[in-house]
Design a binder for this molecule. Structure first.
Ligand code: ADP
Ligand code: ASP
Ligand code: MG
Length: 460
């Protein structure tokens, strides 16, 4: 039976007609059966701006954004010489976008629920264009396969947590079985949207920013793919964000556990949840550049050959440290339970945590503070102190909690920098600590020089 490959292309890989054709060439070369695409770069941000503008400003301001989005997609349509039926699909989506924005303007309301439908248009528009690019590439190579547009909402069932909906994996598996079992026949290349899904009631949802990686992984799990490929604008996962540190090195192979820590702790190259479905089904994941297919890229797998002490490092900006203190915690039990229950009720996830006898400190994304009720509820049980403008630095590797002298080496590189909190012990793959937000990039540069660049020089 033919190998089933699910490939995902991010926003920059959808940037214009050339990018789309290049990405379609990659899909053809890789023999992809299901291609998942993001919105064209910048469009999701434009749609968010559209919703906010429609809600609060004169309609003429919204019209400017509508034209910007339409012009961008019309240009790609023109460059691809989009046939009439696909052009009509695009026009229908433009009309939907304009009507939704008008509704938000009249009601002076852009709720998260309504925003999800508006934001879904980015992926719905790009996928119409990409399907044409894929058709042209298949034709050019004389392939017998055909490219078809799939509305991912027919298979990607989610709950109704708008803005950050959770895929319902059993439902997705059943719907994939029902609607996509033909994929293995290898006759069609289905082109579909990342980032979006639908509730059982038929309402459109989104999986959270950067969620197309996660969509692709959920679909790969749903169709039991042999390989999941994430094509982006960098040649794989690097030892740190190449934008932060130009000396970042490509990683050829990394374990699921290390890559999951890296994604969770800030490496934007993968959405934090991407690897969960891949781990559940043991599907190897390849990360590569759609702009440079010859570059080696990164394989993420269950088992890898080498297990370096420090493989990579990540920076997560805009963190807050929330410290909860109460003398009642002395010799008492149940305090942590009460705290976690409140976080659970508000569906807020905690990344790093430390405790003392009478206090608990947790790190959160600063956007969490927008939820005023969370702080209010926490204040009912403890004194709450919030420190803002922090960055979480994570070192990712192996055997981190059983290596003497590691802490010394780390902190020797930053003797002049105040470390606000340290987390070590829970994972053998992660050592993380908090510093001031503006010092984050400098800390990463120094740690990279010490642990990655020095190691390479030693080997040379
Ligand atoms: P896409 O639109 O294709 O999903 P993203 O912008 O979401 O692309 O992710 C790719 C970006 O992730 C890269 O341009 C890079 O700046 C950033 N990045 C952060 N950490 C890493 C890392 N460790 N390795 C590679 N890229 C990283
Ligand atoms: N288009 C969405 C975003 O910009 C999802 C994605 O690109 O992964 O967040
Ligand atoms: Mg991304």
């Amino acid at each position: 039976m033919a190998k089933l490959v699910v490939s995902k292309f991010g926003g920059t890989s959808m940037g214009d007609a050339d990018c789309m054709l290049r990405s379609a060439e990659v899909s053809f070369r890789q023999g992809s059966g299901l291609v998942v695409v993001s919105a064209t770069s910048g469009t999701t941000n434009d749609l968010i701006a559209l919703g906010k503008t429609a809600e609060s400003q004169a309609w003429s301001e919204s019209e400017k954004i509508l034209s910007k989005i339409q012009d961008k997609h019309n240009k790609i349509a023109q460059d691809l010489k989009l046939p009439a039926d696909a052009k009509a699909k695009l026009e229908t989506l433009f009309e939907e976008m304009s009507s939704l924005a008008k509704g938000m303007h009249l009601l002076k309301d852009c709720s998260v629920k309504a925003m999800d439908t508006l934001m879904s248009l980015g992926e719905r528009m790009s996928s119409v264009l990409f399907t044409e690019a894929m058709s042209q590439v298949l034709k050019k190579h004389g392939s017998a396969k055909s490219a078809e547009l799939l509305d991912v909402r027919t298979v990607l069932r989610t709950d109704d947590q708008f803005g950050k909906a959770k895929p319902l994996t059993n439902d997705v598996a059943n719907l994939c079985q029902k609607n996509l079992s033909f994929l293995r026949e290898g006759k069609k290349v289905m082109c579909t949207q990342g980032y979006i899904g639908m509730t059982e009631e038929g309402i459109t949802t989104t999986l959270g920013r950067g969620g197309s990686d996660y969509s692709a992984a959920i679909l790969a799990e749903g169709v039991s793919a042999d390989v999941l490929e994430i094509w982006t604008d960098v040649a794989g996962i690097a030892t740190t964000d190449p934008r932060l540190c130009p000396k970042a090195q490509p990683i050829s192979e990394i374990s699921f556990k290390e890559a999951s820590e890296l994604a969770t702790f800030g490496a934007k190259v993968l959405h934090p949840a991407t690897l969960l479905p891949a781990i559940r089904k043991n599907i190897p994941v390849f990360v590569g550049s759609s702009f440079d297919v010859e570059a080696r890229g990164t394989w993420v797998r269950m088992d890898v050959e080498d297990h370096p002490l420090i493989r990579a490092m990540a920076l997560r900006k805009k963190q807050v440290l929330v410290t909860l203190s109460t003398p009642e915690m002395l010799y008492a039990h149940g305090f942590l339970f009460q705290i976690f229950k409140i976080f659970n009720d508000h569906k807020v996830s905690i990344d790093a945590i430390t405790t003392s006898e009478i206090s608990v400190s947790v790190t959160l994304d600063d956007s969490t503070l927008l939820n005023k009720n969370l702080i209010k509820d926490l204040s009912q049980i403890a004194d709450v102190q919030v420190e803002e403008n922090l960055a979480l630095i994570s070192l990712i590797g192996n055997n981190i909690n059983h290596t003497p002298g590691l802490g010394k080496r780390i902190f020797e590189t930053i003797p002049d920098i105040n470390v606000r909190m340290i987390c070590l012990g829970a994972s053998k793959h992660n050592f993380c600590f908090l510093v001031a937000d503006e010092q984050g990039p400098e800390v990463i540069k120094r740690l990279h020089a010490c642990f990655i660049e020095a190691g390479i020089e030693e080997m040379a």
